[in-house]
Design a protein around this ligand. Structure first.
Ligand code: ZN
Length: 134
């Protein structure tokens, strides 16, 4: 049911400041930068082999990423697991007593459908289910 770790989400204050470490020091290819209006973030995807890194810069103070950085500083924010049939996966999670932040999938970067589990149900980790369409 889980295909792979699709990406790791990393909260950053500024893409401009954070990106050179990834692109120039680690030499990871930048796949693109995208505004994700629904989450009030600007997102940069880097290719790190099978798994991508997703740098998340808040675009407003109300962004959950802005709140995360204020509380805990920059750093790893979530782990995204690639799945098929995300609606069914959400139902399975709920049947297993897992608390979902998103009970209905919402639009993520790159046209993906995503849903977050509550960290209290996932051993303290913010887990994203992520289905790529097409
Ligand atoms: Zn993500």
């Amino acid at each position: 049911m889980i295909k792979k770790v699709d990406h790791i989400g990393i909260a950053v204050q500024s893409l401009e400041t954070a990106l050179p470490f990834y692109t120039e020091v680690l030499k990871l290819p930048l796949l693109g930068i995208e505004d994700v209006e629904s989450q009030k973030v600007r997102v940069a995807f880097l290719n790190a082999g099978e798994t991508k890194l997703e740098l998340l810069e808040p675009t407003t103070e109300e962004s959950t990423i802005a709140q995360f950085i204020k509380k805990r500083g920059e750093g790893i924010h979530h782990i995204a697991l690639g799945v098929n049939s995300i609606e069914e996966r959400i139902l399975e999670m709920k049947e297993n007593g897992i608390r979902m932040i998103d009970e209905v999938p919402r639009a993520g970067a790159g046209g993906a459908h995503i849903a977050f589990m509550h960290p209290k149900s996932a051993a303290g980790v913010l887990v994203e289910l992520c289905e790529k369409k097409g």
